[in-house]
Design a protein around this ligand. Structure first.
Ligand code: RIB
Length: 302
């Protein structure tokens, strides 16, 4: 069966430490626990699509190591089409060093490893997957040239193209915007993309309008506990977040995006798909880790 969603992006092994607080520069802190779980924004989003009712294929790279085999298997057991997951010889897998504090805040350092070798040519080899899809999702943990090529190809094929601009370090190339149907930054990413400091709905609307002016089709700015704001040429709509007690927010954004995409391909209206993604993300933040925190459809069905 052809996958309706294709994710082009990263796979990382997450090395997670929980501590009472995040360390300051030069400081050594005792931690509370350590665990190793599959992650990576691309892989997390693919897992979210699969668990939340969408068929999905992943295009990405792992290294020729134990982490790579575990990352590959983590997708395979979810029923994800992994023909586009390649192993790079003599290369290590991507890793993310994550510290989570008692207030559920995190900080993450990423070593791209094999993710950094995902070229436009390596995505083009799986063009049949892109052709068969309805929705194509990218993030920014693989080379920019690959993201650019995939966005352009998705647009050329008439697919719904979602760019999750994470992690964002500055403005996006101007020629990307016309190829993006949904741009989905969080507060800090929206600020990096626009220069607008996003703290609430009003500042999110201003950042969203700036991104529309630059050429994005629609913008969904996720605001954590403050919900999400959809900004379109027709106006804006706020979606409140379900109230939960957060334990670990890692992969909350990925769960939202995967849930949103799964909702779209299951035939939900845009607003219903946003609310569905929010419910999934809310449940994910009550659990530890990236992929282990992502809920299944049955957990969201009343
Ligand atoms: O979005 C969360 C993810 O960011 C983690 O799983 C980590 O791998 C980093 O890519």
């Amino acid at each position: 069966m052809n996958a309706k969603v294709v994710v082009v992006g990263s796979l990382n092994m997450d090395l997670v430490v929980r501590a009472q607080r995040l360390p300051r520069a030069g400081e050594t802190l005792p931690g509370d626990s350590f665990f190793t779980v599959p992650g990576g924004k691309g892989a997390n989003q693919a897992v979210a699509v699969a668990r939340l009712g969408g068929s999905v294929a992943m295009i990405g790279n792992v290294g020729d190591d134990d982490y790579g085999r575990q990352l590959h298997r983590a997708l395979y057991v979810e029923g994800i089409d992994c023909q586009g997951v390649s192993t790079c010889p003599a290369m290590s897998s991507g890793v993310a060093l994550i510290t989570v504090d008692a207030a559920s805040q995190n900080c993450i350092v990423i070593i791209p490893g094999a993710n950094g070798l995902l070229t436009p040519q390596s995505v083009r080899r799986f063009d049949a997957l892109l052709q068969a899809a309805e929705v194509i999702i990218c993030q920014l943990e693989v080379p920019a040239s690959t993201v650019a090529w995939t966005l352009a190809r998705g647009h050329e094929l008439g697919k719904q193209v979602i760019l999750n601009p994470a992690p964002a370090t500055g403005p996006l190339p101007a020629d990307w915007f016309a190829h993006i149907d949904y741009l989905t930054p969080n507060e800090s990413e929206a600020e990096a993309l626009t220069g607008v400091v996003v703290t609430d709905q009003d500042s999110a609307r201003r950042a969203g309008e700036r991104l529309l002016q630059l050429g994005a089709g629609k913008v969904i700015i996720t605001l954590g506990a403050q919900g999400a704001l959809l900004v379109t040429a027709q106006g804006h709509q706020h979606y409140p977040a379900p109230h939960v007690q957060p334990l670990d927010t890692t992969a909350a954004g990925d769960t939202f995006i995967g849930g949103f995409a799964a909702g779209l391909v299951r035939g939900l209206e845009e607003g219903e798909a946003i609310a569905f993604g929010q419910r999934a993300a809310a449940l994910s933040v009550t659990r530890a880790g990236a992929q282990p925190s992502i809920p299944y459809l049955a957990e969201l069905t009343p």
